[in-house]
Design a protein around this ligand. Structure first.
Ligand SMILES: [Zn+2]
Ligand SMILES: [Zn+2]
Length: 124
């Protein structure tokens, strides 16, 4: 289950509700097509077939799209190989731009002040 958080910067008048974490369907590999591009599930399946013992995990994070100038949801796929290596893949914004994940301290991407984060609900 994930949280729905309201992310707000009073200074810049940004306010956005974002789903973060992992939902029930997120252990189903087909979710990769939905979060990323069509065909990505198949690519992941192929990668898993080639790499014995590799595991994957996907969740949603809050990110900033520099083109849309707003906070968006980003799919984050983590692959862990049997020998301990890991790789992280992020989905793009709907507009096609690369996004930047929000920093740990939730600094506003525009003014760098700390943004308010409030959990407003749950999703699964
Ligand atoms: Zn965008
Ligand atoms: Zn700001």
């Amino acid at each position: 289950m994930g949280n729905i958080v309201k992310i707000r910067c009073k200074n810049c008048n940004i306010e956005q509700d974002i789903k973060i974490g992992a939902g029930i369907r997120f252990c189903n590999i087909e979710i990769i097509d939905i979060l990323f591009n069509k065909g990505m599930t198949q690519k992941l399946k192929n990668t898993l077939d080639r790499n014995k013992g590799m595991t994957w995990f996907v969740r949603k994070e809050a990110a900033w799209c520099p083109s849309c100038k707003k906070i968006v949801e980003c799919g984050v796929l983590t692959l862990n190989s049997a020998d301990g290596k890991s790789g992280v893949y992020r989905s793009k914004c709907r507009c096609g731009s690369e996004v930047n994940l929000l920093t740990e301290d939730h600094a506003c991407p525009i003014c760098k002040r700390k943004m308010e984060l409030t959990v407003v609900g749950h999703w699964d």
